[in-house]
Write a protein that binds this ligand. Structure first.
Ligand code: HEM
Length: 422
């Protein structure tokens, strides 16, 4: 039996309280989207596109005093300028919250490579890319397809199902569990981990710390199990991986596993759900994709553009002026790639969903050095999920339009999607 003592007594890393700056939670209703926005507001969840369109016209970089000071650019040009500018903006933390995270984890960051800045970022990312090539991703396709069929088999005899929680959500959860080599019976836990990490940002620091510790403890259990029983999966790959001639630090291994678990779930779940929502609302598009399966790959790109689920964030490194506003060191900046994707300066008919749009250089997977490492996997999951649904359930409508609920926070997608299928 091999024992890798890097993980034997590795404790949960508590942030040094002296380096964490805590802010008062301001969670009241928004008074003005240009000066007091909150991406945690229910109205933002339901009407994000209208809010971005309005802001782009009258105040392209909005400001809010919430979360200790946050900026929200809405033009493609500004979002891109910030995403490419790693000199003035750091990825030390990419989820806006009520505290400034500590600096002491640099250069690795809490969840590398997304939390790492250059030059370390390049090497941490390179380590991950071979696992997510198109070829490697294609290996997951047959099991993903079979799994989608099994989810639809379970709808047998029902007229109404929740396409978000009974279909879309399960697909990325199962795929990443298989890739990391985690027990499939643990998958219900993952949804809770993701919710805590991405949606629970207005909770107390103690609650947040407790949920992070729970996730960390789970990941460490999986690592220790893999140390004792190595197998052909991503966890064993990371345990054995080397950087600069040495094995990775335990923080690096655990952090990357946490990233992979969190980054692929809500995002892909949202993209599948939003695409099904669009097809339920637009019968002409639905009928066309049923009749012309060869168009589905092009349509997937348009769904990714129009309903891009992911907004990431940066912290300002030093005071900087951008797009006519003065940003201060340690201000948050949201990077709403979905708003950039709807900028009429960048896309013709930006507000229309055109399922056979030919030129579509959208930013759903981000821009610059942190561009999504899992984009081939995400595209495969989205394509297979829609393929199987459209082939098995060609006719469907929203069962209760008022029952549709969109998530708040940085990842946007339907979290309740009652669908009539019979
Ligand atoms: C539709 C689904 C997805 C969307 C829209 C999406 C979007 C994004 C975006 C916008 C970024 C850039 C973050 C930034 O600039 O800070 C990103 C990074 C990343 N994504 Fe995805 N993602 C999706 C699915 C996935 C999946 C399935 C995985 C793998 C399991 C994944 C793994 C990653 C990783 C590892 C990074 C960090 C890359 C780096 O920092 O170099 N994503 N994703």
């Amino acid at each position: 039996m091999t024992v890798d003592d890097r993980f034997t007594d590795y404790p949960f890393q508590q942030a040094d309280p002296d380096t964490v700056v805590q802010f008062e939670v301001m969670d009241g209703p928004v008074t003005d989207w240009a000066t007091d926005f909150s991406h945690m507001d229910e109205e933002y969840a339901a009407n994000a596109h209208e809010i971005w369109d309005d802001l782009r016209e009258r105040c392209p970089i909005a400001r809010s005093e919430r979360f200790g000071g946050t900026w929200l650019p809405t033009r493609y040009e500004d979002v891109a300028a910030i995403a490419y500018d790693t000199e003035n903006f750091t990825s030390r933390h990419i989820i806006v919250g009520n505290f400034r995270p500590p600096m002491d984890l640099a250069p690795v960051g809490s969840v590398p490579p997304i939390s790492s800045d250059p030059p370390f970022h390049h090497d941490a990312r390179k380590l991950l890319l071979p696992a997510f090539t198109k070829t490697n991703t294609a290996k997951q396709e047959p099991t993903t397809r079979a799994f989608c069929h099994s989810l639809i088999d379970a709808f047998e005899g029902r007229d109404v199902v929740d396409a978000a929680t009974e279909y879309a959500m399960h697909i990325p959860v199962r795929v990443i569990a298989d890739m990391l080599g985690f027990p499939t019976e643990d998958t219900p836990k993952f949804k809770v981990f993701v919710e805590n990490a991405l949606e629970g940002i207005n909770r107390s620091p103690e609650e947040r710390q407790a949920s992070t510790e729970e996730l960390f403890t789970y990941i460490l259990e999986q690592i220790r199990d893999h140390v004792e029983n190595p197998r052909d999966d991503l966890t064993t790959y990371l345990i054995n991986a080397e950087l600069y001639g040495e094995k990775l630090s335990p923080q690096h291994v655990a952090g990357t596993m946490i990233l992979l678990l969190i980054a692929g779930i809500d995002t892909t779940w949202s993209a599948i759900g939003a695409s099904l929502w669009h097809l339920a609302e637009n019968p002409e598009d639905r009928k066309r994709l049923v009749a012309e399966p060869e168009l589905r790959a092009t349509a997937v790109e348009e769904f990714l553009r129009a309903y891009a689920p992911v907004t990431m964030a940066r912290l300002v490194k030093e005071d900087v002026e951008l797009g006519g506003v003065k940003m201060k060191k340690e201000d948050w900046v949201l990077l709403p790639f979905p708003a950039a994707n709807r900028d009429p300066e960048r896309f013709e008919d930006a507000d229309k969903v055109i399922i056979d749009r030919e030129v579509n250089r959208h930013a759903a997977f981000g821009l610059g050095i942190h561009r999504c490492a899992g984009s081939h996997l995400a595209r495969m999951e989205l394509r297979v999920a829609l393929d199987v649904w459209l082939d098995r359930i060609p006719e469907f409508t929203l069962a209760d339009p008022d029952g549709v609920r969109w998530s708040t926070g940085q990842i946007r997608g339907p979290r309740a999607l009652p669908m009539r299928i019979g």
